[in-house]
Write a protein that binds this ligand. Sequence first.
Ligand SMILES: Nc1ncnc2c1ncn2[C@@H]1O[C@H](COP(=O)(O)OP(=O)(O)OP(=O)(O)O)[C@@H](O)[C@H]1O
Length: 332
Amino acid sequence: MSIEVRGVGKRYGDFVALDDINVSLPTGQLTALLGPSGGGKSTLLRIIAGLESADSGSVDIEGVDATKLPPQKRNVGFVFQHYAVFKHMTVAKNVAFGLEIRKRPKAEVKAKVAELLELVHLSQFAHRLPSQLSGGQRQRLALARALAVEPSVLLLDEPFGALDAQVRKELREWLRRLHDEVHVTTVFVTHDQEEALEVADEIVVINQGRIEQIGTPDQLYDEPANDFVMGFLGAVTRLGPLRLRPHDIEVAVSPGVPGSTPGVVQRALRVGFEVRLTVDVPGQEEPVLVVLSRTHARALDLELGSRVWLSPTTGATAVSVLGLARPEVVSA
Ligand SMILES: Nc1ncnc2c1ncn2[C@@H]1O[C@H](COP(=O)(O)OP(=O)(O)OP(=O)(O)O)[C@@H](O)[C@H]1O
């Protein structure tokens, strides 16, 4: 294990920011701390970094009890949303900085800087100032700088948070590829479930200072531990006593499936390759949302006012609204 967090608690006055957090992160893994704003993700990351101290519990890094170590003795690198690179230093100088203050030989620094700039695809900008880079390029510079001193752990707090959607998407793909090349144990904070599902090997879902679930993206998506995780990881709708995903609902234009719920299409919204239906069903206040492919919708010849029959697809992940703690697999 690279990082072992045991029984960590943190309060700000009466407010419990973290409550008995236990998590083990294996060496070389890319882990996302995912959850809503204010849930405690950054606090946990800062405690791992040593920028904040826990009230209780311990943090081991690479087998060493780091609970009382200052950040500079933990061998961690970090990158924040608004990372302050040195504005008056060139890109190359910024990357070299950490090595130079460690008094590494000149030739070694030069080789390492070249290697890192290559890795983050900034070689051609080595002599520019940070102000002459785009936001995405600046975050890549920040990553190169954090990696320069070969940390055993890399901690990223919403590193792409301030960038626009398209750049974010490019950078997250790039981060995944970078991680596959470098394999440094990485923990990153995000409130964006798509970012976590796409990039992480493992996701720790944190809400109100507690861990809701730890698992691979597939585990969380297919077997959410509770209603919160299910709702946080993707769209959820209600069909009678079940809460399930809109694409896990079968639509028929005749009452073929026993127990299927009749309804009337109130709205059909085409978004790219999918069609989002809003279906009114008797005895349920909120409409049912259903997502299906355009081809499928066309084959069913659906329009406003069409009568349809809804049922959960075979193998759908669903949580009972009647208070079932564990999700169950529904078979139609
Ligand atoms: N120094 C502080 N003093 C008082 N309360 C704090 C302090 N730092 C954090 N908190 C509170 O602790 C809770 C957890 O904060 P934290 O920054 O860890 O959340 P987060 O999950 O990272 O949220 P976000 O995504 O918005 O950054 C929040 O309610 C926050 O207001």
